[in-house]
Every structure is written in C-alpha cells, then in structure tokens.
Design a protein around this ligand. Structure first.
Ligand code: ATP
Length: 199
C-alpha cells in the first residue's frame, strides 16, 4: 500500500503542489491528470524518491517509504518521458543491461511488447513507438510491486496499447499498484483519479 500524506513539492523556489494525499492499494491504479505544468511528473519523481518532498510524507505499508532509498528504489519501476535507451546498443543489449540489474528474461520481455524480431536492431533505428515499447519492456522483466509511469502510452499504436493493457492487467492481478500521469485514457479499468491543478 502506497500512501501519500499532505505532500508538497517545491521546484526552483516555487511551490508546484501542496496538500496532495492519496492511497493506492495492491492491485489498484491511480491516474494523475491536470494541465501542463500542474506537477504530474514532479509528483511521480517524488514518489520514485528522486525529488524530496518539501512537506508531508510518503508511506509504504505504513512506514516511511523514503527512509531507505535503495529499498524504495528496489520495489518500484519508474518510466519517465525519456525512453532511456542507449542508441548504439541493440534492443537486446539495452534490455540485457536492465536484466543484469533486475533479473528477468529479455526475449520474453520483448515479446510482451511485440518487439520480437527486432532484437538485433540498434536502438537508434527504432521508430518512436518502438522506442516507447522498448521502454515498456523493462516493466516485463522482473516483478516489483509499484509501477510509476509518466505518459506511458505516448506514441503507441492500437495493437501496442492492447499489449500494454495486458501487462497492466497482469501486474494488477498479481497485486501490483500503478500510478500513471496521463493526458489520454489508459487501459486501467477501475482506476482512481487525482487531478492536479497548478499551485
Ligand atoms: N528542475 C526544475 N526546476 C524548476 N522548475 C521545475 C523543475 N522541474 C519542473 N519544474 C516546474 O515545475 C512545474 C511542474 O512541472 P511538471 O513537469 O511536474 O508538470 P506536468 O504536470 O508533468 O506537466 P506536463 O503535462 O507538461 O508533462 C512546471 O512549472 C515546471 O516548470
């Protein structure tokens, strides 16, 4: 269970948001919505332990989630806007880097996002949607209880959205939680919504 209690964030001496509270239980999904600049990415980075809260606390099963940085990092996957691919490495080599850190089967992860057959292509040759699918393949490598996703469906075609929906459903069915920032609907049935407004 992830619980945010009265969180506030400051960037560049400006309060981006304040008083943000929510709960996301195992199997649940929370959508972060709001206009450009409302603080969705900032909140995700805070939840990932990459930005310290100016106020409030973040709890994981009732304990301070940020007290143990490496422990918090180990229980989550954070997908930012950038796809985090090394352009000169092949798709397989890119995924193998993460698999060495986290474990998991590279071929199965690529198949989960429909990228089988492109393993040996340098990442720089992938289309925008293929790069996004390669980023999503990291989610399929090894199971962790919390996914933090920043506009995960940008650039995905209809078939890829379907595969992504299957990944999300399997993650939630296994007790995983999802917090996702988005401007468009995501395949997350029954999700809650937290609408951020610029402070
Ligand atoms: N490192 C930083 N230094 C100063 N200001 C920052 C920094 N990072 C973000 N901001 C500001 O914080 C505010 C929130 O940005 P953020 O990226 O969290 O918004 P967002 O809701 O994700 O927007 P979008 O829908 O455009 O992705 C913006 O006004 C942005 O300019």
């Amino acid at each position: 269970m992830l619980e945010a209690v009265e969180l506030a964030a400051v960037r560049g001496e400006r309060v981006v948001f304040a008083g943000v509270s929510f709960r996301c239980a195992p199997g649940e999904a929370l959508l972060l919505t709001g206009p450009n600049g409302a603080g969705k990415s900032t909140l995700l980075r805070l939840l990932a332990g990459l930005v310290p809260p100016a106020e409030g606390s973040l709890l994981w099963h009732g304990s301070d989630a940020l007290a143990d940085g490496p422990g918090h990092a180990a229980r989550l996957r954070y997908l930012a806007h950038a796809d985090a691919l090394k352009p000169g490495l092949t798709l397989e080599e890119n995924l193998a880097f993460w698999a060495r850190l986290w474990g998991g089967d590279v071929a199965a992860a690529l198949a989960a996002v429909g990228l089988e057959g492109l393993e040996h292509l340098p990442a720089r040759m992938l289309s925008a949607g293929q790069k996004r699918r390669a980023a999503l393949a990291r989610l399929a490598l090894a199971r962790v209880p919390l996914w933090l996703l920043d506009e995960p469906s940008v650039g995905l075609d209809t078939a890829s959205i379907g595969l992504f929906g299957e990944m999300l459903a399997a993650h939630r069915a296994a007790g995983g939680a999802v917090v996702a920032a988005t401007h468009v609907p995501l395949p997350l049935p029954g999700s809650g919504t937290l609408a951020l407004t610029p402070a």
